[in-house]
Design a protein around this ligand. Sequence first.
Ligand code: ZN
Length: 127
Amino acid sequence: MHELAIAQSLLDIIVDESKRHGLERINKVRLQIGKFAAVVPESLTFCFELVSRDTVASGALIEIESVGITARCDKCDFSFDVEDQVFLCPRCGEPALELLSGRELSVTSIEGETGEDDDGNQGPSCS
Ligand SMILES: [Zn+2]
């Protein structure tokens, strides 16, 4: 299962990042996924919930931003958005072989808590 492997590697990145920033709990993770990566967002979210169990990212909200596919024709140097997986250059009709975007699969932001709250918003207040 494709998404399970992806979820696992994303989790590795997230756990790594959270250690670096001293996060003890992850609230939200934002991902950027290219349409060419052929990932089903619902499936990835589901797999992520499975693999993140008992980690800092357990229960984190996953936000997926999908990135459209753009390609460039190397015959006429024209860049265009790819619709329906058609990679033919709309200008000269040659197949465009260079993918400019659409293969993204990355963590763009992580929001979490460090556990060392130093602002006075938490805890009882006695004024
Ligand atoms: Zn072209």
